[in-house]
Ligand binder design. Structure first.
Ligand code: GLV
Ligand code: MN
Ligand code: MN
Length: 419
């Protein structure tokens, strides 16, 4: 009997989860990792997992796994994992991450409703702190799962609000006992909204993701000297606020202009001190997010920024501190799994589009320990990390159907054979 997805339940769950942490229709929802709002999201997810009679496990970093047991003990040894995240940025849409997790539950539900046990254990994972807003690095839960950061180091992370990650994890009741990365999957699949404009512009409803671009995050602090806005001549100033503004302009006018369409630069957080109308800023603290699909170009952008800052501080009489928050090289996904996604899309009568992901994803971390791949559906106007994030129900349904077909295709591979 072919498996069928209960799409109304998938859409209803997206709606319900999207209400948790909601701050009014214009403000979207905010479920920063390990806050009370995110705990509410976790509790809801675990309740849905239990309602499907899944085996629920939580690891030492709070990654949540819901397993549908295989038909045989051998099948339990080689799980197929579907995963993403349910934490959000500030004022987020309802789909980023949640779509991939809840589509995974929809597939497990299809097995339950058909009364069929899968040939391989089917695990749905929700990884801790994918967004990296409160604690850096982003994709932290999957990074630790994949062995790229120790559990101990991650638990010691201090957040932007001064909290210790391990304390917050314990406080919300999600400090589990399972060692991180205890059961690496046979393969990992992540379904996600594109969060960019590429599919829509190409008139495509499905994307096969070739890989994820490199990501470099740093925090830069410029120290100058506070002075009176009315008495300090311009040439006498050591204006940290000017330094931040000059850096932002340099990123836009030199770094991204030198590699149009490939290097991206964002200053998403900026604070000046003392933050007063008639005082020359003494300190500016800002973040720089640099991305490029090519490691060489990303490296060149980082070097050009460092050189600019050296000149700037010499010229303006400032001091600079650069702190590295995140550095991930570009990742390519598994060829065989990508081919399976391509075939499943074609079977659904969609010629998919191949594209690189601009956003970071848990799948890029899982790719370190298992064959991994991703499916994208379009984002209307390419908007994401914004309450206006939207994908039509028809496209959400198509993505979930294709994921189901890929899962079935993977489950048909005999045990002991690579994907
Ligand atoms: C994570 O979502 C990122 O790409 O910043
Ligand atoms: Mn995401
Ligand atoms: Mn995101």
């Amino acid at each position: 009997m072919p498996l069928t997805l209960d799409l109304p339940t998938l859409f209803a769950q997206l709606e319900t989860l999207g209400q948790l942490g909601a701050e009014g229709s214009r403000a979207g929802r905010t479920r920063l990792a390990l806050t009370d709002a995110e705990k509410a999201g976790r509790d809801q997810l675990v309740a849905w997992m239990r309602a499907l009679d899944l085996t629920v496990e939580v690891d030492q970093l709070g990654n949540v796994f819901g397993s549908l047991r295989a038909a045989t003990a051998a099948g339990d040894e080689e799980p197929l994992m579907i995963g993403s995240h349910i934490d959000t940025v500030r004022q987020a849409g309802a789909l980023d991450g949640c779509y991939g997790v809840l589509a995974g539950l929809a597939i497990q539900r299809a097995f339950r409703e058909a009364g069929v046990a899968p040939a391989r254990r089917l695990v749905v994972a929700a990884f801790t702190n994918e967004e990296g807003v409160r604690y850096q690095p982003d994709m932290m839960g999957s990074l630790v799962y994949a062995g790229g950061l120790s559990t101990e180091e991650a638990l010691e992370t201090i957040g932007t609000d001064g909290t210790r990650l391990g304390d917050e994890l314990a406080r919300i009741g999600y400090a589990g006992s399972l060692p991180c990365g205890a059961n690496p999957p046979w393969a990992f699949l992540e379904l996600h909204i594109e969060q960019g404009p590429v599919l829509e512009a190409a008139g495509k409803r499905l994307g096969v993701v070739s890989g994820v671009q490199g990501i470099s995050w740093q925090r830069i602090t410029l120290e100058g000297e506070a002075n009176h806005a009315g008495t300090a001549p311009m040439a006498f100033r050591h204006d940290a606020g000017y330094g931040a503004a000059a850096t932002i302009a340099f990123l836009r006018e030199q770094i991204t202009a030198a590699a149009p369409g490939t290097t991206l630069a964002t200053v998403g957080s900026l604070r000046v001190e003392p933050d007063v109308i008639n005082v020359v800023p003494q300190r500016a603290i800002f973040t720089v997010d640099l991305r490029d699909p090519d490691e060489g170009r990303l490296h060149a952008a980082e070097a050009a920024l460092a050189e600019f800052l050296t000149d700037l501080v010499a010229r303006e009489g400032l001091k600079v501190t650069q702190e590295r928050l995140v550095r991930f090289e570009p990742v390519r996904f598994h060829k065989g799994l990508r081919a399976r996604i391509q075939r499943a899309a074609e079977a659904a009568e969609e010629a998919p589009f191949t594209l690189t992901s601009g956003a970071g994803h848990d799948a890029q971390m899982l790719a370190r320990v298992a064959p991994a791949a991703m499916i994208f559906v379009p984002s209307v106007r390419g908007i994401s990390h914004n309450p206006a994030e939207h994908t039509s129900e028809a496209d959400l349904a198509l993505g979930a159907e294709v994921l189901l077909r890929v899962v079935e295709d993977c489950l048909a591979v005999p045990l002991g054979v690579q994907p």
